[in-house]
Design a protein around this ligand. Structure first.
Ligand SMILES: C[S@@+](CC[C@H](N)C(=O)[O-])C[C@H]1O[C@@H](n2cnc3c(N)ncnc32)[C@H](O)[C@@H]1O
Length: 272
């Protein structure tokens, strides 16, 4: 058996597992943008990975800006687009903590970051820098749609999820473990194993990292500090007509964030 240590060096296997919800996620983003935002055509995907959502968005007529730290994921994202689509997409190598493009300032209609990627930001400062940087790029009525799992600090057992997919003749089995959360260090140890087997293949890709942890109070406090207010919360079921009422008890959470207007109108009625 061959062994590797970073699943983002293997975009085709990553996408086989995470690509299955792409159309549903983009349907949801379309609907959310129309309902709470501008419904406009300029989208931004921080940490866009191998470009499954970038491709789906540009197919629907959006212009899309994406960025990621992984050159291999970005190369896969570029490679999947037609020449005509490439003219409406800009992809950059960049980190969530520092991404900035002056030509985007105040112009983005909808930014989105799903599947817990936000939790890679490993400190309050890094998360704040990312949120403030993204906020700066949004148009006044623009939205940042942020989906990640909140943490139950009372959990005493590791969690486990398993998915299976097919790539050509190869079978891909994906197992993800999230360790018991460390409330003081605000993180959980993560482990992902992708086992790929086929006629000419026997490969194990094992990846280890930490995810930052948030309960609802910690998330809300951070958003407020960054100048955002949640205008709606959803589950990962992506049903736009079923926003969560109250805090809810599910941990998979999509925050629809809007900029807090720090300059109230002359009548004194701001949105924040
Ligand atoms: C779970 S994947 C999500 C990819 C894509 N957004 C999607 O939904 O398929 C996480 C991505 O985040 C990228 N990433 C991790 N930390 C990052 C950081 N600090 N800045 C930019 N990208 C980062 C990884 O390279 C990877 O492509």
């Amino acid at each position: 058996m061959e062994r590797r240590s970073n699943w983002y060096d293997h975009p085709e296997y990553y996408e086989a597992i995470f690509g299955t919800d792409t159309v549903r996620e983009m349907d949801f983003l379309d609907a959310v943008s129309g309902r709470y935002g501008t419904g406009g055509k300029l989208l931004l995907e921080p940490a866009c990975g191998a470009g499954r959502l970038v491709e789906e968005a540009v197919r629907r007529g959006y212009r899309v800006v994406g960025y990621d730290i992984s050159e291999k994921m970005l190369a896969h994202a570029k490679g999947r687009l037609t020449p005509a689509q490439r003219r409406r997409v800009k992809l950059y190598p960049s980190r969530m903590e520092t991404f900035y493009r002056p030509e985007l300032e105040g112009r983005v209609d909808l930014a989105f970051n799903l599947v817990s990627t936000f939790r890679y930001l490993d400190s309050e400062q890094a998360a704040l820098e990312h949120l403030e940087g993204t906020r700066r790029l949004l148009s006044p009525e623009g939205l940042y749609v942020l989906g990640f799992h909140l943490t139950d600090y009372g959990r005493e057992r590791p969690e486990h999820e398993r998915w299976v997919a097919q790539v050509g003749q190869d079978k891909v089995v994906c197992n993800t473990h999230e360790g018991v959360p460390d409330r003081r260090l605000r993180r959980s140890a993560m482990r992902n194993r992708l086992r790929i087997t086929g006629p000419e293949k026997d490969l194990l890709i094992e990846t280890h990292w930490y995810f930052r942890t948030y309960d609802l109070t910690q998330a809300r406090r951070l958003f407020r500090r960054a100048g955002f207010q949640p205008v709606a919360l959803y589950d990962f079921d992506y049903r736009v007509d079923e926003p969560r009422k109250g805090a809810g008890d599910r941990l998979d959470t999509i925050f629809v964030l809007k900029r807090i207007n720090k300059n109230p109108s002359p009548s004194g009625r701001g949105t924040g």
